[in-house]
Design a protein around this ligand. Structure first.
Ligand SMILES: [Zn+2]
Length: 102
C-alpha cells in the first residue's frame, strides 16, 4: 500500500490577517499569555456552552474586544470560550465593532 503523501502548501495563506497586525501588536504578548493561562485555571469551562474544555483548546476571549477599547488584562473583561463558541462570538464582534473602526 503506497504511503499517502501529505499536501504541503508553502504559500498557503496563514491564519493571521495582515491588516490586523501580529498577535503581539494586537496586545496578545507574553504578559497576556501568562494572564490567560492563569485565567483558564479559574474558569476552565466554556462560558457559553458549558462544555468542559481542556486548556489547550480553550480560548480566553475579551468580552469587549481590544479594538473597541476593552480592558486587556482585566478579569472583568475576559471569558473562557471553546473554539466553536469563540468563532461565533468573534463573528458577532466583527459586526458590532468592525475592525476598521478606530
Ligand atoms: Zn463553547
Amino acid at each position: 500500500m503506497p504511503r499517502i503523501k501529505r499536501d504541503y502548501h508553502p504559500n498557503a495563506k496563514r491564519d493571521s490577517i495582515p491588516t490586523r497586525g501580529s498577535a503581539a501588536e494586537r496586545g496578545y504578548d507574553r504578559t497576556w499569555r501568562k494572564f490567560a493561562a492563569h485565567w483558564l485555571t479559574q474558569e476552565p469551562l466554556c462560558r457559553i456552552c458549558k462544555q468542559r474544555v481542556v486548556s489547550a483548546g480553550a480560548l480566553v476571549d475579551h468580552i469587549v474586544p481590544l479594538r473597541a477599547s476593552g480592558a486587556r488584562l482585566s478579569k472583568d473583561n475576559v471569558q473562557t470560550l471553546c473554539r466553536s463558541c469563540h468563532k461565533i462570538k468573534t463573528d458577532g464582534d466583527m459586526r458590532h465593532w468592525p475592525a476598521t473602526s478606530p
